[in-house]
Every structure is written in C-alpha cells, then in structure tokens.
Design a protein around this ligand. Structure first.
Ligand SMILES: [Cu+2]
Length: 217
C-alpha cells in the first residue's frame, strides 16, 4: 500500500468515527428549538447514597416579574432557596415567563455524574422543561443561577441546600448581602455645589414670598 492510500483510508475512517464520538460527547445533552437539557440524571446514584431518600417535585419559574419585589433587581427566579434531604431526587419543572432566554444552572455537583459539576436547563423564550437530578448526601449549599450576561448580577441567583446546607451564598436576593455592594458616587463638581446652594436659598426664601403675597391680598 502506498502512502496516499493509507492517508485516504485514515481520512475515511476518521470521517466515520468522528460523528460517533460527537454523539457520545453529547450523550448528556438534549436539545431542540425550544431549549436544552444538560446532565439530567434519573437513576444514577451519587457514591455516598445507598438509595433515593425522597422524590421532590419542584416548579421553578424564571422571569422579570419575579424581580419586582427586589429593589434594583431585574431578573429573578420565583423562589430563592430550596432545601432537600440528602440523596433526594429532584424532578424540576422549569418555566420561563419571559420572551427572552433564561437558564437554570446548578453548580458544584459531583463531576463523575454531572460533567463540569453542572446541571443545566435552558429555554430560549417562554416555555417549559422537565428534568430530574439526584443530589449527593453531603450537607452542602449549591449555587443556582442563570449564566447569561448580567442575569445573575441582576438578581437571577438562588441556592439549593441539601440537609440544611453549609451556609448562605452571597448576593441571593432577599437572603444574603452582596460581597461588594453597588456604589453610586456623586460627582461633587463646582456646578453641583452651586445648584445645591441655589436650591437651599430658594427653599429658605420661598416662605417669605408666600407671606408677602398673603399680606398684599
Ligand atoms: Cu436569565
């Protein structure tokens, strides 16, 4: 066999193997025109669990209207905290109430069950997705958020506790303070000071003008 033939056969073989590898790589992923489910797990037990302790049906809504009760926030989930038993199986119904894209990502899960330690639901617009996952037995607080630019910063952040969790995460709306609070400094230029002085003087002078006006009547 000459070199050209070997190269040709190699290319043909790669062409055959590559799609197989690609499918394997996306084994944990489900995708359609509405959204995507990554790393769902209905039956694989975490190493520290003998069996599923409880089945929890959880509906989580995402959208701008859920942020109305938090000052300065723009996006939020309808709930900011959940608590489940160790080794609980959570059956999530994720509902997007907005016409824009939102995600529900749970981080810090064991990597041998959830690649990148992550469970990920995503809806490209209004809609609904269902998927399950099994939590490990460890007493821990997991970060739940939407990773789209500025969505978590604008309020789309929550926490999922197993067995009461191991503390609160920062900047969970309505639960914990941010690590670094927003700061809106005033630029005290000469013009700002002048305007402020003028307002104070006008405020002091106003009653005199009113009294003068009353006397004239
Ligand atoms: Cu979002």
């Amino acid at each position: 066999m000459n070199t050209q033939k070997i190269i040709l056969i190699t290319i043909l073989l790669l062409g055959f193997i590559e799609p197989v590898l690609a499918t394997m790589h996306h084994e944990h992923m489900l995708m359609d025109e509405k959204g995507m489910i990554m790393n769902a797990n209905t039956d694989k037990l975490p190493r520290d669990c003998d069996k599923i302790s409880e089945n929890v049906d959880m509906t989580i809504r995402a959208g701008q209207k859920h942020a109305l009760r938090f000052n300065g926030k723009m996006y939020a989930f309808d709930n900011q905290e959940w608590d489940v038993k160790p080794c609980a199986k959570i059956n999530i119904t994720f509902i997007n109430d907005d016409q824009i894209r939102h995600q529900l990502m749970i981080h810090g899960l064991p990597g041998y069950l959830y690649p990148e330690g992550m469970f990920h639901l995503e809806l490209y617009g209004a809609g609904e997705l269902r998927a399950s996952l099994i939590m490990p037995g460890l007493k821990k607080t997991y970060l739940v958020h939407c990773e789209l630019p500025q969505h978590a910063e604008k309020g789309m952040k929550a926490q999922l506790k197993v067995d009461g969790g191991d503390g609160d995460l920062p900047s969970i709306p309505g639960i914990s303070a941010p690590v670094k609070a927003d700061n809106y400094p005033v630029d005290w230029s000469q013009a700002t000071v002048a305007i402020l002085l003028l307002c104070v003087l006008a405020g002091i002078a106003a009653p005199f003008f009113v009294l003068k006006g009353l006397k004239l009547k």
